[in-house]
Design a binder for this molecule. Structure first.
Ligand code: SAM
Length: 355
């Protein structure tokens, strides 16, 4: 038996591997191991979540950003980006439409937009929680102070997505301008967890300069930090960034790592990401068949959606209409799954256990 397959078997049984073993699992990956990981990951997800897929309604509410991440199409220095910002009422309207369709989690994602200061964002979160007390509010608005995270939590925010992007400090410095550090990013993640948020971390696969050792460090970080949610998607290049023309990340490796994460963190909430859906025509379905249990259709008003362009050809199909949701339902049914109308909290919050 090959070394990677042997490690995959251990991972499926024990739900952990050492740092060196995680590296070997990546370096020596082969088709047989990939098949085994996929089967085990899908079975593990079914054991914890059945064939039910949690839906999150994604509202990309601003693409103004004070950051300059070298890979990202909405970075501050991209003068070609067409900037937009939804008004609080437009965000509420998008969520109202989503709620009527059955969404019970709203994910507000955006660039780090100074207009959305604590006062405005807390007011929006409170308004959402007041109007939809049965729904969870997830924020994904980047790095803020601990005090800010505390205020947003007090206003009612339940969850926070903040990918760590890469757990290797040198790679982090390569992907970001001076002044943005892995240390700060990890400080934010630790603060969010301590403040009682359900926290999502994650990384891009195949970002420029990434090595197998970087990915092994990502897996080791996830193993140790134990986030409630993990977003993993392929890196996809954007022509108006310093990394224009860099090759896209591999969807196949992304799926392999998704399966590995499902086995490392059996109860984690794992989305089949938009980037995966962009890289592969059936990326959402493939993600689920490799262990994902969440999809995040887009509720952003269609006229603004095309401006939230993080990378080339970003998938913008959503489920803001009954027709969109019907299609999603049909696609999930074709692989034997169904979307559910519920908040879809982390089982860790409900039981206090990870395994
Ligand atoms: N500003 C918030 C933050 O930094 O967490 C949220 C918005 S940010 C655009 C959301 C995620 O998009 C990032 O965490 C990053 O992983 C992903 N992303 C950005 N550019 C990308 C690219 N070129 N390819 C794939 N994913 C990308």
């Amino acid at each position: 038996m090959g070394e990677a397959l042997e490690l995959a078997r251990r991972l499926a049984e024990e739900h952990t591997l050492s740092d060196e073993e995680l590296l070997a699992l990546i370096q020596y990956r082969d088709g047989e191991t990939a098949d085994f990981l996929r089967e085990q990951a899908a079975e593990t997800a079914r054991r914890h979540f059945g064939r039910q897929i949690y839906l999150r309604g994604l509202v990309e509410f601003t693409n103004h950003c004070r950051r300059d991440c070298r890979y990202c199409g909405i970075r501050r220095s991209n003068g070609n980006a067409r900037r937009y910002r939804l008004t609080p009422e437009e965000v509420l309207d998008a969520c109202r439409a989503g709620h009527r369709l059955g969404f019970r989690t709203f994910v507000l994602q955006g660039g780090e937009d100074p207009w959305w200061d604590d006062g405005r964002l807390c007011a929006l979160v409170s308004a959402l929680k007041k109007e939809f007390p049965d729904s969870a509010v997830t924020l994904s608005v980047g790095e803020r102070s601990r005090e800010s995270y505390a205020r947003l939590r007090a206003a009612g925010a339940d969850r926070y997505l903040l990918r760590h992007e890469t757990a290797d400090p040198d790679h982090y410095a390569f992907l970001h301008p001076p002044g943005q550090t892995l240390r700060d990013r990890l400080r934010c993640l630790a603060d969010l967890k301590e403040l009682g948020y359900q926290v999502g971390a994650g990384m891009m696969v195949g970002s420029p300069g990434q090595t197998a050792a970087c990915l092994a460090a990502d897996l080791a970080f996830l193993r140790d930090f134990r986030p409630h949610m993990v977003g993993i998607g392929p890196y996809l290049s954007h022509p108006d960034t310093p990394f224009a023309g860099a090759p896209d990340g591999s969807a196949e490796l992304t799926l392999y790592l998704l399966s590995a994460v499902r086995l490392l963190l059996p109860r984690a909430l794992l989305p089949a990401t938009t980037a995966l859906g962009t890289a592969l025509a059936d990326g959402r379905e493939q993600g689920i068949l490799h262990g994902a249990n969440v999809v995040m259709p887009n509720l952003t008003p269609p006229d603004q959606r095309e401006k939230y362009l993080l990378y080339h050809d970003k998938l913008s199909a959503g489920a803001e209409s009954a027709a969109g949701l019907k299609e999603l339902r049909a696609r999930l049914a074709a692989i034997g799954y169904e979307p559910v109308v519920q908040r879809g909290d982390s089982p860790l919050i409900l039981t206090g256990k990870q395994r």
